[in-house]
Design a protein around this ligand. Structure first.
Ligand code: PSU
Ligand code: MN
Length: 303
């Protein structure tokens, strides 16, 4: 059983110092409703190809961590019921030859094993509200503490405890850099109200930080926070209203653990009549473009 299957175009790009961006699959399987999820998966890849960047959507296919999905692999994550796989699920899926859609944590882990340096997602997982009692903190954070990859995200979903998430990233020694801003975003919203210590002006500057991280760090990741522009964000009042409904619904449904994030995202899409979905897609597209630019700048630096 192979432990890593890298698609030929991805392997060639990596060998030739051509830009590659990793994409996650849980956003497709559990974060977006069918059938928009399939269109989104294809569109996300196309955004990169149009920039001359090779997309590497990552998932576990029949037990094998797979970097760069073919049409059947995309159908597996988009159209079939599939497990949400974080890093701890990998050995079980591998041994039992099952498929899984990878979270930010598992995608980052596999991408780094493949030698990919840049990864785009929607929003990172983080510390859940009420975590002081439930201990519910995404493995996205602890994985980024030990995984050498740059992740572009629109911050963390506003369903999380953002203050606690930023504190944990500090504790875990993961740099958080605002892309053209010091205002940390809140996924659907441009500004969470939290201010970052550091900002970079462009992709070349991120690549410079990556190069410096390689000599000053200990192999941890970098979070690049890329806010959705104000004109694209969800109306904050509607956002707050729908979120409070979603928390109530989750509590009444007794949702726990790894089901919490998919439940909230699904509920919020319904309750917002699709508005949150449009914003989610917009912010993911923006992050993918920025990640493409960073991957290109990184290859240029290394050339
Ligand atoms: N961001 C999105 N949609 C998603 C997720 C993030 O725009 O579906 C997923 C990511 O895969 C992330 C996961 O890793 O939610 C976090 O889940 P948890 O809180 O259970 O760790
Ligand atoms: Mn969790």
């Amino acid at each position: 059983m192979p432990t890593l299957n890298i698609a030929p175009d991805v392997a060639r790009a990596l060998a030739d110092n051509k830009p590659v961006v990793a994409l996650e699959s849980t956003i497709i399987s559990h974060g977006l409703p069918r059938p928009r999820n399939r269109e989104a998966a294809l569109e996300f890849e196309q955004i990169l190809r149009d920039k001359g960047v090779v997309p590497a959507t990552i998932a576990i296919i029949d037990g094998v961590p797979t970097v760069g999905l073919d049409a059947d692999g995309l159908a597996t994550i988009a159209d079939r019921d599939i497990a949400k796989a974080s890093v701890r699920d990998l050995p079980i899926l591998h041994a039992t030859k099952q498929s899984g859609a990878t979270t930010v944590a598992a995608t980052a882990h596999i991408a780094a094993q493949a030698g990919i340096r840049v990864f785009a997602t929607g929003g990172l997982g983080g510390v859940h509200r009420g975590a002081s009692e439930t201990f519910d903190e995404s493995a996205d954070l602890s994985t980024l503490a030990v995984t050498n990859i740059t992740v572009v995200s629109a911050g963390v979903k506003s369903v999380l405890d953002i203050a606690a998430t930023l504190e944990r990233l500090e504790t875990l020694s993961v740099p958080v850099i605002g892309f053209g801003t010091t205002a940390f975003p809140a996924f659907w919203l441009t500004d969470s109200g939290f201010t970052l210590d550091w900002t970079v002006k462009d992709a070349a500057e991120v690549a410079a930080v990556m190069a410096s991280q390689d000599v000053t760090g200990h192999g941890q990741g970098i979070v690049v926070a890329n806010p959705i522009p104000p004109e694209q964000q969800w109306d904050p009042i509607a956002h707050d209203h729908v979120l409070s409904e979603a928390f109530l619904a989750a509590e009444q449904a007794g949702v726990r653990g790894k089901a919490v994030t998919p439940f909230l995202l699904g509920y919020i899409v319904e309750a917002s009549a699709g508005r949150s979905l449009e914003v989610n897609l917009d912010l993911a597209r923006n992050n993918i473009r920025v990640a493409g630019d960073i991957a290109t700048a990184w290859c240029k630096r290394r050339a």
